[in-house]
Design a protein around this ligand. Structure first.
Ligand code: COA
Length: 436
């Protein structure tokens, strides 16, 4: 059968396709801006027909209906990364969190993360019957390989991206044609604090560097400060609009990359409609599965690799908590430690943890004597290198506990320095002034 006939036979409705989901099954759903919409809507409408179905996905933008209260007990969210629409679901015991690196998700699918049904979205097929997975590759190919039933929303608004993010019509069991805009990630104008952090980070970035940019407001502020840099490259877990802007300006051209020269490499893309339009049929951008992009040994092949990630708090030893506020799980580790390690292993590589010095409108210091009880350590003190706040740069690698504490106090908010100095003197039995 040629692929066109095969495709025609697979066309169906969401209501029909979800009949492949059975009580107790595990369903794996597309990630980030590539979250499918039509099939989860049908699942939510018919939720009373299902019991104890586990739904795995990581961050999803927009209104993910399977997370709504009426679905509790019918669908249970299980994930290694929480975001705005899933945080309280898990906190209130309507879902579960498990710690795992993003890069380990593809090999876990079909094993620790069972996958009976995979639900993703993709572009309409090209002339050879290949659909692009659009703005999210990450764990999609692994789930599509593992699932007993593969349901794909064929959305003509999905940008066609390159790299290793194609599926063939023959891999799909049910295709549902639809047309809807992808959800966008809003971005506020950077604050003065974020811009100051961006300037400090930019001072560590040399021409010809390859960058990884993490999640949150800081990475975009860093990109705004890179307009005078040349021949930058990208090897990242994700990127947003700031990267597209620097590609258009020519600051990012990948010309000095030592892996995937000339290409922006990522596993997912999340931003505005302008960004999605920019990525459509853009041969300079390539998406690969996350077990490739986030593999430290792959990351380390990039000369002058610089990783820039954010965090929630850092203690005076340099332990970084990036995923939980005390006991409350806030997000997940994603690829933070993999990029920290990959960048450290790279020739002339650097890893940067960048954060504002305070949270909660200046009432909480993010440099702490001790991490909040229950906080998970995301980047260990052995891995951390540069920590940046709006007050400057603390370089921790190779430095003693006393030197680290002193360097971190220097970049803490002045309001909180006296308490940190008190702790320094109690801990090290010496004067802070003499060790500043
Ligand atoms: N104590 C208490 N609350 C804190 C806090 C602290 N130490 N630090 C931050 N917060 C609060 C903030 O005030 C904010 O609250 P609000 O939403 O009520 O305003 C909230 O927590 C989020 O903080 P913010 O700094 O705005 O987060 P962000 O969107 O910049 O994201 C991380 C920062 C650390 C959560 C995010 O980068 C992350 O999840 N990292 C881990 C994964 C990762 O690094 N992935 C990238 C690898 S590729």
């Amino acid at each position: 059968m040629n692929w066109k006939d095969e495709y025609a036979k697979k066309l169906t409705t969401a209501d029909e396709a979800i009949k492949d989901i059975h009580d107790g099954d595990w369903v794996v759903i597309g990630h980030a801006a590539a979250v499918p919409r039509v099939v989860p809507h049908a699942m939510a409408v018919h939720c009373n027909d299902y019991n104890n179905v586990k739904v795995f996905h990581m961050t999803t933008l927009g209104d993910n209906e399977v997370l709504h209260p009426e679905c509790f007990g019918h669908f249970r969210h299980v994930s290694n990364f929480l975001s705005g629409n899933s945080r309280d679901v898990v906190f209130n015991n309507h879902g579960d969190f498990f710690p795992a690196y993003f890069k380990d998700v593809p090999p876990m699918i079909g094993r620790e993360i069972p996958c009976d049904v995979a639900i993703f979205q993709a572009t309409p097929p090209d002339e050879n019957g290949y659909c692009s997975l659009g703005v999210s590759c990450d764990y999609a190919p692994a789930a599509i390989r593992a699932a007993k039933s593969v349901i794909v929303e064929i959305n003509d608004r999905v940008p066609f991206t390159y790299g290793n993010s194609m599926i063939h019509v023959s891999q799909i069991d049910h295709a549902i044609e639809c047309s809807y805009a992808l959800p966008e990630l809003g971005s506020a104008a950077p604050t003065d604090v974020e811009l100051a952090i961006g300037r400090h980070c930019a001072s560590l970035i040399e021409d010809g560097s390859t960058l990884q940019l993490g999640i949150g407001a800081i990475p975009n502020a860093v990109l705004l400060e890179l307009v005078d840099k040349n021949d930058l490259g990208i090897h990242s877990e994700m990127f947003s609009d700031g990267v597209a802007d620097l590609m258009k300006r020519g600051n990012i051209n990948g010309s000095r990359k030592t892996l995937h020269k000339g290409k922006v490499v990522t596993t997912f893309i999340m931003g505005s409609q302008n960004l999605y339009d920019f990525c459509n049929h853009n041969e300079a951008i390539e998406l690969y599965p996350v077990d490739y992009t986030n593999d430290p040994s792959v990351i380390a092949k990039n000369y002058r690799m610089v990783s820039i990630n954010s965090c929630l708090e850092v203690d005076l030893m340099g332990q970084v908590a990036a995923e939980s506020i005390g006991m409350k799980q806030y997000s997940g580790i994603g690829g933070q430690i993999d990029f920290v390690r990959g960048a450290s292993m790279a020739q002339e590589g650097k890893s940067i943890i960048a954060m504002p010095s305070t949270a909660a409108k200046g009432t909480i210091s993010k440099v702490k004597p001790f991490l909040t009880p229950g906080a998970a350590v995301s980047t260990t003190r052995n891995d951390v290198n540069y920590v940046v706040t709006e007050y400057g740069i603390a370089q921790l690698k190779g430095r003693t506990l006393k030197q680290r504490a002193a360097a971190l106090i220097k970049i803490a908010h002045p309001n909180f320095r006296p308490a940190l100095i008190e702790e320094f003197e109690r801990r090290f039995l010496c004067s802070y002034k003499e060790n500043e």
